[in-house]
Design a protein around this ligand. Structure first.
Ligand code: BGC
Length: 435
């Protein structure tokens, strides 16, 4: 059951290099700690430099990466890490920069890429990645990562990247004080969600925080409504073409999503994901649907306490399901120092690397033998849920469908949020999937 969607996705090769910039917004670029001078990269005496390309900059995103870089530099003092991060949630800007670098034969040493279609149908299918089976053998990793994950980073029997984490998409975060003050139970079904939202709105509290200045956050919310309405198997079947996107259950989910938009903050289109999560942190909104990088943000940047200041439940209707996102790093073809890149990947895939990165990032380790004592109650419960849950691939974060479909989905949802035309939305996504 659990593996079904993974097998379907490894058989899929939807499109080649169709990565396009989506809503690129340079104004979102904040200086990274490195750009601010904390870790200015300089060539070491023997000139070895490894360039790490990601979109982990700023609040809630950067701490885990910097901890991983510190660990690597401790182990390899003669190699300098160049942190080439490009700001913008979910890779909004980074993916466009990466595409142009690879098309210009200037690949970074290694780059952040979601396991699943984003890796396999774009970069691997286009012949841009080196297989790294030898690294997995050398490091003894074949039984250290769940088989499901190894399949997600493999194509035609070869392995192409190393997962640094597992993020969960289907999490509803809530402000505990607001629920206590109003004597409300946290919703686990759509009916409960709308009853609670109505009550909160009547008391002048914003029920649901949304920040869709970058449209992927609206896609993120909708993918979880789809999962809640369809269940893991039927949801997964949408992206393989086994279930048509104009199925009545999809129409129902989009209608529910549209109804939810009646309960979001008015300024949603000018906020990013951190700004929306902050509304919940500050007690200005009751709930927010976001991946568990929000937990890293709440705890490490806003100093909130898990289960006291904020709590979480699976998004409505998704109890027992786990919408999977995995950030991975591989070896692009054409880099000048493949052995150095592999040294970095070896640290990233080690127990110490994963345990330095994930407690700060909000994610759980991709390895099965990480040190559980390093994870808080959220992390420990999430590891349990991952092991027992029905897994489903995230669309908004690249596992379910090619980058071309994701880009068109984001464009269609951006239009839907203002126009609320269910049929138009469904038709345009259906066409994108069929193409
Ligand atoms: C990535 C996360 C990241 C989030 C927000 C997701 O696509 O997988 O690592 O924190 O985007 O930028």
């Amino acid at each position: 059951m659990k593996k079904k969607w993974l097998l379907r996705f490894s058989a899929l090769a939807l499109s080649l290099l169709t990565v396009t910039a989506c809503g690129a917004d340079e104004s979102t670029s904040e200086p990274t700690k490195e750009q601010e001078g904390e870790q200015t990269p300089q060539a070491s005496s023997d000139g070895e430099v490894v360039e790490i390309f990601s979109w982990w900059t700023g609040a809630g995103e950067e701490d885990g990466l910097l901890a991983l870089i510190d660990l690597f530099e401790e182990q390899y003092p003669d190699i300098t890490v160049e942190n080439a991060a490009v700001a913008g949630g979910a890779g909004t800007n980074a993916k466009a920069v990466l595409t142009s670098r690879i098309q210009g034969n200037d690949p970074p040493g290694t780059f952040q890429v979601h396991g699943g279609a984003e890796l396999n149908d774009s970069w691997v299918a286009a012949g841009q990645m080196e297989p790294i089976n030898d690294l997995y053998e050398q490091e003894g990793w074949m039984d250290k990562f769940p088989q499901d994950l190894i399949e997600l980073v493999s194509k035609d029997g070869d392995i192409y990247s190393v997962p640094v984490n597992i993020h969960r998409s289907n999490v509803l975060w809530y402000n505990t004080a607001i629920f206590e003050e109003h004597g409300l139970e946290v919703p686990t079904t759509f009916d409960e969600f709308f009853a609670v939202a109505e009550e909160l709105q009547s008391k002048g509290v914003t029920p649901l925080a949304l920040g869709d200045r970058e449209p992927w956050t609206a896609s993120h919310l909708l993918e979880n409504v789809l999962l809640g309405v369809l269940g893991a198997d039927n949801y997964s079947a949408l992206w393989t073409g086994e279930r048509s996107f104009d199925d009545p259950s999809v129409v129902e989910a989009v209608e529910i999503f549209g109804e939810m938009l009646n309960y979001v903050n008015e300024d949603h289109s000018s906020r990013n994901w951190q700004d929306a999560a902050q509304l919940v942190a500050n007690g200005e909104a009751a709930m927010n649907v976001m991946g568990d990088w929000a937990k890293g943000y709440f705890v490490n940047d806003l100093n909130l306490t898990v289960k006291e200041d904020f709590g979480w439940v699976p998004t409505p209707g998704t109890e027992g399901s786990f919408m999977v996102i995995t950030d991975t790093f591989g070896l692009p073809k054409g880099v000048s120092n493949p052995e150095t890149v592999k040294q970095f990947l070896a640290v990233l895939g080690s127990v110490d690397g994963q345990d330095a990165f994930n407690p700060l990032k909000g994610s759980i380790p991709a390895r099965v033998d990480a040190d559980l004592s390093k994870y808080d109650v959220y992390g420990q419960e999430t590891i349990e849920d991952f092991n027992n849950g029905e897994l489903a691939p995230s669309l908004a974060h690249g596992s379910a469908a090619s980058e071309g479909v994701v880009t068109q989905f984001n464009q269609a949802i951006n239009i839907f949020v203002t126009q609320r035309d269910v049929n138009q939305f469904v038709d345009s996504v259906k066409m994108a999937i069929e193409r």
